[in-house]
Design a protein around this ligand. Structure first.
Ligand code: FAD
Length: 285
């Protein structure tokens, strides 16, 4: 894979036919940016299985490089093997290997064959060799279930030692958290590219809810400003654009090996950031 900076975009599978029709229009706008690849999320426990497969199939019909996410919790080895064979037949060469979170209502006995993402990475390498480039998740602000950052780093290293080629981070708004995490990785002989995950800001209520759930911090000064805008969507978006643009600039200037945009299936905010950062001119060569 290229050592040039890699700029990529993430989609989630729509639940309805109308959602899929709308997504196709967003995909056309995003594809015009020439991203390194599109990744497509997968609901842990198989909740979005069909939607993920349909979205991936649509992208492949357009010959777009696609990286399906695999969330292994609740899955058997046979199910995972089948899914990977299916993707292999579609010419897919990159996956994002995740544990996922146990869906509510699922008992401990339904955890399946894989308990942590490092076991999934080991499985893919054992069964498919180097057929797939494997991305894993990284948490510069620490995963909420990890006892502490050093234990989380040890667990991250298990995924790298199992054969991960690269990582994409949870989103964050404090560039220092990313750079400190990278420095810790280097001290621990972790050398794979770790691409920052970028979450554009369009809807504060939704962002606050997500962030509480996944342990991503919205700095106090940002919360105060965003709360102050109330229902003024235009001001939230204008402020969000400036904050995220500045974050991306700091990350690129500090040597980040790319950026991965959580588009939330809305092309416009990513397209604007991409243009202001002149990413299409720089990358994915
Ligand atoms: P792991 O790496 O397994 O880590 C989970 C927790 O267990 C951490 O606290 C870790 O420190 C600890 N741990 C890891 N290994 C061990 C071990 N061997 N022993 C003890 N403790 C261990 N979720 C979805 O459902 N679908 C998606 O498509 C999806 N896409 C994502 C994409 C990105 C880039 C990111 C950052 C997250 C995504 N998520 C997705 C969310 C993710 O599934 C959750 O954050 C989940 O809680 C952890 O997944 P993981 O792969 O990081 O797990």
């Amino acid at each position: 894979m290229s050592s040039q900076p890699q700029y990529s975009v993430e989609l989630f599978p729509p639940k309805t036919a109308e959602g899929m029709a709308k997504l196709k229009l967003e995909i056309a706008q995003l594809n015009a940016l020439n991203p390194a690849y599109f990744s497509v999320t997968y609901g842990a426990g198989g909740s979005t299985r069909d939607g993920t497969l349909d979205t991936v199939a649509w992208l492949r019909e357009l010959h777009i490089d696609t990286a399906p996410h695999l969330a292994c919790i609740g899955s058997t080895r046979e199910q995972m093997r089948e899914l990977l064979h299916h993707y292999q037949q579609q010419g897919i060469r990159r996956v994002v290997a995740l544990r996922g979170d146990m869906p509510s209502g699922m008992g401990a006995g339904e955890r399946g064959a894989f308990h942590y993402a490092n076991e999934l990475v080991e499985f893919i390498r054992a069964e498919f060799g180097t057929a797939f480039h494997i991305e894993v998740a990284a948490y510069p602000e620490c995963h909420p279930q990890a006892g502490n950052p050093s234990r989380d780093l040890e667990n991250f290293k298990r995924k790298v030692d199992a054969g991960a080629d690269g990582a994409i981070t949870q989103y964050f708004y404090n560039a220092d958290a990313y750079f400190a995490f990278i420095a810790d990785c280097h001290k621990n002989a972790i050398q794979i590219p770790i691409v920052p995950g970028i979450m554009p800001i369009t809807n504060y209520t939704q962002l606050a809810r997500f962030s509480d759930g996944c342990g991503a911090e919205i700095p106090r000064w940002m919360r105060r400003r965003l709360e102050g805008f109330g229902d003024d969507v235009a001001s939230i978006r204008a402020f969000g654009h400036e904050v995220v643009l500045n974050l991306c600039r700091q990350l690129i200037a500090g040597g980040a090996p790319g950026l991965h945009f959580y588009t939330m299936n809305q092309a416009a905010t990513t397209v604007r950031l991409w243009a202001d950062l002149q990413l299409s001119e720089q990358a994915n060569a």
